[in-house]
Ligand binder design. Sequence first.
Ligand SMILES: [Zn+2]
Length: 176
Amino acid sequence: MAPLVRVCAWCGDNRALPSATDARALDAAGLKSLAKRAAAEGRVTHGMCSDCVADTGGMPVEDLFMLTEHQADRLPFGLIEVDAHGTVLVYNRWEESLARRERSQVVGRNFFREVAPCTAVQEFEGVFRQLVGRGIPGREVLDFIFRFQHGETRVRISLTYMPQWERGFILVQEMK
Ligand SMILES: [Zn+2]
């Protein structure tokens, strides 16, 4: 059984294999094919590499699933965990502050339909549905404009989906 491959949700870096020895033994092409095979077999999980969290002063995140609510609330970007239908399970503090909504208003509701209807478009919800439909772990990054009642905000979005857990993550960074 090949190791579980960890892919950074922001940059897609997949060097973060469980064993550093495995990573050293493989060249870039080998890593790519290993990551591809692992994805096809559903053995991919999403975290955030040290490069992507470095400028925020945070610690690398090995697996988005491993975050406690307290840790999610300390992230310097938005994190929304959803199920396969887009129902919100986790909504962190950064996102509360960007959207000016409290988690009590959004958890249990459909993100695309009830929480952020501006995302119920092909380039956002459609991309998420494609990820879900593929049946293998996947990740997409897109630029988007959130249309809030209090104004528009340009954001970079990372969408990930892990079918083995029927869970997805929507990560949100504000673009200055
Ligand atoms: Zn990264």
